[in-house]
Ligand binder design. Sequence first.
Ligand code: ADP
Ligand code: MG
Length: 606
Amino acid sequence: MGKIQTLPVSVINRIAAGEVVERPASVVKELLENALDSGPTRVDAELEQGGIALIRIVDDGCGIEAEDLPLAVSPHATSKLQCADDLDDIKTLGFRGEALASIAEVSRVLIRTRTASGTGSRLEVDGGLNRGVMPEGCRPGTSVEVHQLFSKIPARRAFLKTPATEWSHASEAFVKTALAHPEIAFSLTHNRRRVHELPAVDDWRQRIADLYGNQLADRLLHAKEVDDDISVVALIGRPEDDMASGRFQHFFIGGRPFRDRSILHAVQEGYRGRLLSGRQPIVFLQLHVPLAHVDVNVHPAKTEVRFRDPGRLHRLVLLAVRSALGGIITPTVFNPPSSSSSAVPGLAAAEAIWKRQQLAAGGNESDRNSFQDVPLHDLDKSEHTFISSGPKLFDEENDSSIKQENLPGTGDNGIPEERAFQLHQRYLVVETKEGIEVIDQHALHERVLYEQLRERMSNGAVEVQPLLIPEQVELSSLEFEAVTSHLDVLSEAGVKVESFGGTTVVVRGKPALVGRTSASDIIREVIDRLAALDADGGDHRAVVDEVLHSLSCRAAIKAGDPLSQAEVDTLVADRHRYPGTRHCPHGRPTSLMLSRRELDKQFRRT
Ligand code: ADP
Ligand code: MG
């Protein structure tokens, strides 16, 4: 007998399962796609233990005929492909005809379904074993339950992470699907708790608001570009609403999420020069491209696409982003409180007080020009009264402008007295004993703030500035969980937050060190970073560190902020007061050195 045999069906299914079913999130994605293909008005998803114990997806779509039910769970059976030509159709989402079969091979699957005209039926498949179709009364539509994923395959089960981590992946899969289909109502429930309730809407921004809150959605800029038969529609974040991670970047084509390096690159290119390095913009983007221009079956999970003319799409996306951003001025100089918060009664008064404080702290022209040798930018006076978006570094009344002409010496407090000035509103140039030092003002200030906060936090002495008007921040349920599970750390760091009904939190105080950085900015940044932590990796130290990072990053002066001489001096001196100031908290250098010896050498003086 020959040695070549065809594989038993269950082995084929298990191999396919390896491609399609990796973890609960992939099951959620496949089942949601099937539900969407059934033409529903509403889809409800329910998970337990991050989806490991249970995933239930219920739709009110077309249902499956009782006689077709066994076929639905057999491999390469699909109602979506009549001939190979249909492979070009990206409108129906699933078309490999193996998802249900693969899932049923590695779990216990229970399907209840009813077509509009038929009576209901149910089918159970346990570890690939078909237990047969039975009549069962149920609502029109389909409910698919997946119990105990991988429970009988220890090797696969071992690769699952904790329920918390699986939950974060699975809910992300849900969010992507819900974003792609605002016209369909969705809900998501985890461990019996309703996490999202999303009504059907015809406005994409509304769906984004329902998922992430109005504060985020309202500030998004609309971007659109059309080139003949292809077009790009996007809602993108303002540069100042940048994020620590790419968690808020979603790309869709033909109603499905996708990833593509070149499109992402085009977006980042559009933001170039407007974001600090390492920061990520918020992007919700849809491509509308004729089917013939795309191949979506490149990847088994169908997350990658191949475009016929990637260059054309790249240009279009870049153009869309640039023109949307073109209309706004990056507020490196004056960052007004967001319009959404201005609606809060009483805020106008607070704003006026704040402006007065800024004016009082803004210094005057003679201070500014005391360093005569340095050509100062001819700033419009009204502009530089509202200077940094970070805190003032120094009390101007105590400004001891540098008058000495000699080489830098050492003051009584052991800190060298150095001459320093600001260039291009982003670099500080310092004359040191050894030569010349060029400092990145944002990177250094970020480090200094980080060290100050850390020092005070470990002494339990973070000075809290109570908010005149406590600020409410509306969050998604996921974000709400991220914040409320770290209230203790936030409080130690001086961020006084309480939950405030639903998924809203109210911020009552912030660390005095962060100056006028708004409470909602702080909270958003904290969430973004906490979410970037592996859900398991939330050990206390890592959480503290992320919170400190968030605060110092948001509050630090930015490139483009003009500084008074007093502020320059304080910052330059601070680098001798705190450890580690040669690098910013992210490990990038804060300064470059040019030694006298190097200069002498370059000028051939030696
Ligand atoms: P594919 O989606 O690639 O066709 P699946 O294994 O995911 O393969 O599904 C097999 C078939 O089962 C589908 O083609 C469809 O006919 C049927 N089916 C699965 N889920 C649903 C659902 N929620 N509503 C209606 N029909 C469904
Ligand atoms: Mg499918």
